[in-house]
Design a protein around this ligand. Structure first.
Ligand code: PLP
Length: 396
């Protein structure tokens, strides 16, 4: 074909996008997006999606700005800024008594979501099974599927949302490669006890199962102390621990987090990280490293959110919604069975459009859309936002 003929053929050809067979055929628009859009459309107070409606400490923004103006704008090392990794290691050691080597065992990631996906892609093979405990954060299941593995959903005990160890043990097969746990727990607000962690260690002892421990709400605990897997040497040796600066410093939009894991797991983790995001933006890492030097910023978080939790729960006491226990996170679940027998999704839609408060149906966190007449609110909001929502909720 001559160049001219080729030109003519290109003009005649109908543009055609090759069809793709979806790798995630069941994934659509998430309930969080749907509810946020509905909330905006109806002027509802958005207690649905989990993010603060207040700003972070201006000192943190100053620190990032200083880093940008100071010329820290090029690629940092692949695993993250050494000073930030050192500060993370020091924090974990001071709180949980386990020393991770910042050079080899801590990696800064683009949010906890990327850390969890990276851990699963690095450590799980096609054909493996990975156990997740429902209700659970919505990225786990598709992450496991992307690795070619099979998610095995085991419910937490209904109503109490504690681990059902007999059910987990029954779900373990020779193909089980990993278990994902999350404490403090989104969406239920429960926290694992020391006894739970010891039971978990006992259950995993005879196995080669890797634990992915999602601890993004580690600094929001209102009953006892956070039981990081890092407190338990036996568990730490088989775990990737994930935490999120986005949650801790009120900057969810910055998408910055870390993963801590023993060297043999971190080596594999970094291989995937390196060819996925490679590394995470430099000025935020500098800013967070300098802000983190003052431990009161993370140590004070539980008291800060406890006050919001107490305010919100006191207000709920004046409504017909029954507040479930909330020992951690910034989520409060309510049982609405006194008010309505609608399904959870219908109830949340009604609450948003008719009452003007957006919430998330708990069924959205279950693979089988299990129904309990429970909705989840996020109380990481200004006091006046919470009060406005409570005034509206009092009317139902
Ligand atoms: C349990 C849980 N894990 C992970 C994440 C994601 O954190 P990040 O924003 O750092 O990706 C969230 C955010 O809502 C969460 O609730």
């Amino acid at each position: 074909m001559s160049a001219l003929e080729r030109e003519a053929a290109a003009n005649d050809a109908k543009p055609h996008t090759p069809p793709v067979e979806s790798r995630l055929p069941a994934v659509g628009t998430t309930i969080f997006t749907v509810m946020s859009a509905l909330a905006q459309q109806h002027g509802a107070v958005n207690l649905g999606q989990g993010f603060p409606d207040f700003d972070c400490d201006p000192g943190l923004v100053d620190a990032v700005e200083a880093a940008m103006r100071g010329g820290h704008n090029q690629y940092p090392p692949m695993a993250g800024l050494p000073l930030l990794r050192e500060r993370v290691a020091a924090k974990i050691e001071s709180l949980y008594g386990h020393r991770y080597d910042p050079g080899e065992e801590i990696t800064i990631t683009a949010g906890a979501t990327q850390a969890i996906l990276t851990a699963i892609l690095a450590l799980v093979r096609a054909g493996d099974e990975v156990i997740v405990l429902d209700p659970c954060y919505d990225s786990y299941d598709p992450n496991i599927r992307l690795a070619g593995a099979t998610p095995v959903h085991v419910p937490l005990k209904p109503g109490r949302f504690v681990a059902d160890f007999d059910a987990i043990a029954a779900a373990i097969t020779p193909r089980t490669r990993a278990l994902v746990i999350n404490s403090p727990h989104n969406p239920s607000g429960t926290v694992w006890s020391r006894a739970d962690m010891l039971r978990l260690a006992e259950m995993l002892r005879p196995t080669e199962i890797i634990l992915v421990s999602d601890e993004v709400y580690e600094h929001m605990v209102y009953a006892g102390e956070h039981q990081s897997v890092a407190r338990f040497p036996e568990l730490a040796a088989r775990s990737v621990v994930v935490s999120s600066f986005g949650k801790t410093y009120h900057v969810t939009g910055w998408k910055i987090a870390y993963a801590a894991a023993p060297a043999p797991l971190s080596v594999e983790f970094r291989k995937v990280h390196q060819f996925n995001v490679f590394t995470v933006n430099t000025p935020m890492q500098h800013g967070i490293a300098s802000f983190m030097a003052d431990a009161s910023h993370h140590l004070g978080l539980s008291a800060f959110y406890r006050a919001k939790r107490d305010r919100f729960r006191a207000g709920l006491g004046r409504t017909r919604l029954r507040a479930l226990p909330c020992d951690g996170t910034y989520f409060q679940c309510v049982d609405y069975s006194q008010v309505s027998d609608r399904t959870e999704a219908d109830f949340c839609r009604w609450l948003t459009t008719e009452i003007g408060v957006a919430a998330i149906p708990l069924s959205a966190f279950y693979a089988d859309a299990f129904e309990q007449r429970i909705a989840r609110f996020c109380f990481a909001k200004k006091d006046q936002t919470l009060d406005l929502a409570l005034d509206r909720l009092a009317s139902i």
